[in-house]
Design a protein around this ligand. Structure first.
Ligand SMILES: [Zn+2]
Length: 82
């Protein structure tokens, strides 16, 4: 099992958040940063990245709850029929 330090040290997004990799920021707050993609699919393509390292969708849902409590998909009704 990798340690959190090893995960974040190898993550280019965490390096950008720490200011160790270059980026053109368009937004920064205590939860997320947004910056222009270096290889944009379309003009204006930007990335919104949580300040906390996340690898799996459930981790992102916890971060989404920090932004708007109670609005993450984990709180949505299950309509999958499973
Ligand atoms: Zn990361």
């Amino acid at each position: 099992m990798r340690t959190p330090d090893a995960q974040t040290a190898a993550c280019v997004f965490c390096a950008i958040v720490r200011g160790e990799a270059p980026a053109t920021f368009v937004h920064q707050d205590e939860v997320v940063v947004a910056f222009m993609d270096i290889r944009p699919v379309q003009p204006g393509h930007l990335l919104v990245v949580p300040r906390a390292h996340a690898e799996l969708i459930p981790e992102l849902e916890a971060i989404a709850d920090q932004i708007r409590p109670g609005t993450s998909q984990s709180d949505a009704p299950d309509i999958s029929g499973r």
